[in-house]
Design a protein around this ligand. Structure first.
Ligand code: G3P
Ligand code: MG
Length: 244
């Protein structure tokens, strides 16, 4: 368990900068985050890249599935322009770009495997291989809404932490997490915002990292409940609260 809640920047400082870009990760670190949450997908030519959606439509100047483009093709696209003209010409980051950056800055990393819609073959093995290459096993937690994938990650390397993402009001999530063999639960914050639920999870030594907490009132409540990690689009606001 952590002494104080960790400030985890959701897709980087995505409240103010184009999500899941090196710019948003760097700005999150400047804003005082302890960790970064990001989403991992796979290109047509098996390069691990960071993007929330399976498709390009919402965040870029192109359309279609990431899985149907090569990395070289994706690199030619603009991942900033949809956030405003002043963010033009921002490239898609690779997982390696971020691993190198987090190693240099000593930043905690929550890698969410995006494998609920597209079951990218070999994603778990490829991600874990990269974590080993950068020697970052201790400062990474993997998460997914696909809990079969989290079981698979544990089978590949039991030393890397896993977290189970969910949105529903699961009954006794700590027992489920034990059953699945995960280290953490990653619920939507509204499903655990009661002291007895949090206490029961903590009593079983399961970490709790909640998403996506953007309102200061909710941040304060979760800090007081002793939540291990608070995932937010506004690491600046959370940083100020954690200092006070
Ligand atoms: O990992 C927390 C959160 O990012 C999960 O939902 O859709 O924002 O990736 P989503
Ligand atoms: Mg995510």
């Amino acid at each position: 368990m952590h002494d104080k809640s960790l400030n985890i920047a959701h897709r980087g400082f995505s409240g103010k900068y184009p999500e899941n870009t090196m710019l948003s990760f760097e700005k999150a670190v400047e804003a005082g985050c302890d960790g970064i949450e990001t989403d991992v997908q796979l290109t047509k030519d098996n390069v691990l890249v960071l993007c929330h959606d399976e498709t390009l439509d919402r965040t870029t100047n192109n359309k279609g599935f990431i899985s149907q483009y090569t990395y070289k093709e994706l690199k030619a696209l603009d991942f900033g322009v949809k956030f405003g003209d002043k963010f033009k010409d921002i490239k898609i980051p690779t997982l390696e770009d971020l691993l190198g950056y987090c190693k240099e800055k000593d930043i905690y990393l929550n890698l969410e495997l995006k494998n609920s819609i597209i079951l990218y073959e070999g994603l778990e093995e490829m991600v874990i291989k990269k974590i080993h290459e950068y020697n970052l096993s201790k400062s990474v937690i993997l998460s997914s809404f696909n809990h079969y994938s989290m079981v698979k990650c544990k089978a590949i390397d039991n030393n890397i932490k896993t977290g189970l993402l969910y949105e529903a009001g699961l009954y006794k999530p700590e027992l489920y997490a034990k059953y699945v063999g995960a280290n953490a639960v990653h619920p939507h914050f509204l499903s655990v915002i009661h002291k007895s639920i949090v206490d029961d999870i903590k009593a079983k030594n399961i970490l709790i990292n909640t998403y996506t907490v953007n309102d200061e009132k909710h941040m304060k409540t979760l800090i007081n409940l002793g939540i291990d990690g608070i995932i937010t689009n506004y690491p600046d606001k959370l940083s100020t609260l954690l200092k006070s």
